[in-house]
Ligand binder design. Structure first.
Ligand code: 9MR
Length: 398
């Protein structure tokens, strides 16, 4: 359906007390309930998201040369066997949601604790899943001791030691590493678009080169990824431009970045629309730099949607399908990971919940809290089923 028809077929959802149409926006009615208009394909309409068969997502993806998987916490996998079973059934790759971050691995400046991360690596191996690393360099999830210990004089040594130890620990056993996470933040006002993070303050822009080189040295087989958010929506053009600039700079200096990770935490409101054309053009530009692309943290927040679960699930599913069918047209996209698998375990219930709205739980992921497949699962399955087939040599794996 073309854009014009899409607009004319726009469906309006009216909530709360009053009713008025918002052209392309979300507005609060006397601070009560928001009104949403989602202009995606048949979002609230007739579409029933039919899927053929009950083949799990990992197999549907694999049949197209794609990898599907998800993030999980250690606690969820280790404490809930039904969840662990669903995870192994649906996912071909596991990324620890927190257990490979500095605050998890570094209880003190001189000690590394791999206990939980190793448990997860073993879980992945036991169930024939790839294992993915997140993340070596980030301005968040730093241990308490970091601020009082790391400074301009020792930052390079400490960073190199961290990368050598952690990447070395999983060398040959890991699919890919988010070497640097979220280093671009045009809002900080620098001409190169880089975030004014502690690493930048200690080491200058060269910290990214240092990190990618050290990671390549510690594990020449892992795919080395630059990972970031804010790359999908139309208004995020400055961030896309700054990320492209960063990747070009890294490549021109011979730093071994091999892929872009696009987080894709999506949400539902009309000011946040993605334009498939713009998005695909960006993906092509990345691919033309000889980089692979991974969708690393996909989920769809329903916090602005009405209480009615059936409406929420349809809109969330429509966004999954619209987004994935656009990005999977780009052959350089080799993997899709959702940031969680079941609504029972999602960061959005902690940080972006409906607490101030109606206190209901959010439903951003493919399985519900009882591990039942939702329309979002159907939408992902449909997008994989429709995706063009990749050539197997494009997918780097163990
Ligand atoms: O989902 C993660 C949450 O459980 C952690 O508390 C938090 C801090 O470590 O990180 C969350 O994951 C983030 C990811 O590491 C980077 N992109 C944004 C994710 C959601 O905040």
């Amino acid at each position: 359906m073309n854009r014009k028809r899409l607009l004319t077929r726009r469906r309006t959802l009216l909530l709360g007390m009053g009713a008025f149409t918002v052209a392309g926006g979300l507005r609060h009615l006397n601070n009560q309930f928001p009104e949403i208009v989602y202009e995606g394909k048949d979002a609230i309409g007739k579409k029933n998201f039919t899927v053929v068969g009950d083949i799990p997502l990992r197999e549907r993806a694999a049949s197209k040369g794609l990898i599907y998987g998800a993030a999980s916490s250690y606690r969820a996998l280790a404490s809930n066997t039904d969840y662990a079973t669903s995870f192994a059934k649906e996912c071909a790759i596991l990324v620890p949601e927190a257990q490979l971050k500095w605050d998890a691995l570094r209880p003190s400046p001189n000690r590394f604790d791999f206990t939980r991360a190793d448990w997860m690596a073993k879980f992945a191996r036991t169930h024939g899943m790839l294992f993915r690393g997140h993340t070596l360099v980030w301005h968040k999830a730093l241990p308490k001791w970091f601020a009082g210990t790391v400074n301009k004089r020792n930052a390079e040594r400490i960073l190199l030691e961290h990368i050598k130890t952690v990447v070395g620990h999983y060398a040959g056993k890991i699919h890919s590493w988010d070497v640097v996470n979220e280093a671009v933040f045009p809002e900080d006002g620098r001409s190169d678009g880089l975030r004014n993070s502690p690493w930048l303050q200690f080491l200058g822009a060269g910290y990214l080169d240092i990190a990618f080189r050290a990671a390549a040295e510690a594990d020449p087989r892992a795919l080395l990824v630059y990972n970031d958010f804010g790359l999908n929506y139309q208004y995020e053009e400055p961030k896309r431009a700054a990320v492209l600039k960063l990747l070009e700079r890294l490549k021109s200096r011979g730093s071994p970045v091999q892929a872009l990770g696009i987080q894709a935490h999506l949400w539902c409101d009309n000011s946040s629309k993605f334009n498939p054309k713009t998005l695909k053009k960006f993906l092509r530009e990345i691919a033309n730099m000889d980089l692979k692309i991974l969708i690393t943290e996909l989920d769809v927040s329903d916090k602005n949607l009405p209480l009615d679960v059936s409406i929420r699930d349809r809109i969330v599913a429509a966004i999954y399908e619209d987004y994935l069918s656009a990005v999977l047209e780009e052959p350089a996209v080799i993997a899709v990971l959702t940031w969680g698998l079941s609504d029972r375990y999602t960061w959005l219930n902690e940080t972006d919940s409906r607490k101030r709205l109606d206190r209901s739980l959010v439903r951003p992921l493919p399985l519900d809290t009882n591990l039942k497949r939702k329309l979002a699962w159907n939408a992902i399955a449909r997008a994989f089923d429709q995706a063009p087939k990749r050539h197997s040599e494009q997918v780097k794996s163990e």
